[in-house]
Design a protein around this ligand. Structure first.
Ligand SMILES: [Zn+2]
Length: 254
């Protein structure tokens, strides 16, 4: 071996061993490339003009959705997510999930036309005790219309209480009654839920399983991945004051 090629060979070996040390640090990115992890966006209110911590303005929402559309993102329904999770099958390239909590009427007025125009799928976790209760929340007719049009409706319990603070009986009632209500209204199985205030513990998870839910979403910040527990799935919180640059970073696949 010539001296130069020997030096090259040693350098190569050194680099290789260095890579194996560094590699775990970049495991998140490796995951993303391997389609093991995806962002599940969490919205609440989509307002006409104001911006608050949990209220994203309609114009900003449009820009965010347009960005996903123009950049080839593939929006998944929760049934599709579940299929990948249960089979540990990598997600389709550049997948994302769009979710809304609470069931505000402005989801129908402001978010729905945008999602429809751009052909994006989404899920709304509805607080069923608020349905048909005043102008602030979705009506049962709106919920039916959304479900028919690619906006999947799932449960956010009946009364939006902290599940970890309830007795087991109260908790089961919150979980089962909301599920039953939506199943009857929409004539479909309701299999997924989001924890009110993101509050959960081992007892809550047991009861969520008992009530027949297959996956549950938290408010813990981060991407969900194939190895996360089915009942502690992370989401990406989209705040009302978020700049477009931050949004792009949050959904960026490396
Ligand atoms: Zn909520």
């Amino acid at each position: 071996m010539k001296k130069s090629s020997k030096t090259f060979f040693i350098t190569f070996l050194l680099l290789l061993s260095l890579m194996s040390i560094i590699r775990p640090v970049f495991s998140k990115e490796i995951n993303k490339n391997g389609r093991q992890a995806i962002p599940v966006l969490m919205y609440h209110s989509i307002t006409e003009d104001s911006r608050k911590i949990f209220s994203v303005n309609k114009k900003d929402f449009y820009n965010q959705m347009k960005y996903l559309k123009d950049n080839g993102f593939n929006t998944l329904s929760l049934d599709e997510v579940y299929e990948h999770m249960i089979n540990k099958k990598p997600f389709p390239e550049k997948s994302a999930v769009i979710t809304f909590d609470d069931g505000y009427k402005d989801n129908y007025d402001n978010a729905y036309p945008i999602l429809k125009e751009l052909g994006l799928k989404a899920t709304i976790f509805v607080v069923t005790g608020n349905v048909d209760e005043g102008s602030y929340y979705l009506s049962s007719e709106e919920i039916k219309k959304l479900q028919r049009d690619n906006i999947d409706i799932q449960s956010h319990t009946v009364n939006h209480l902290k599940l970890s603070k309830l007795t087991q009986n109260q908790r089961i009632k919150e979980l089962s009654d909301s599920k039953e209500y939506l199943e009857k209204l929409l004539n479909k199985k309701v299999k997924y839920m989001a924890y009110p205030y993101g509050k959960y513990n081992e007892n809550v998870i047991q009861d969520v399983m008992e009530a027949g839910y297959k996956m549950a979403f938290t408010t813990n910040q981060g991407w969900m991945n194939l190895d996360q527990g089915m009942y502690s799935l992370k989401r990406v919180i989209v705040g009302g004051h978020m700049r477009m640059g931050t949004f792009k970073k949050l959904v960026k696949f490396d």
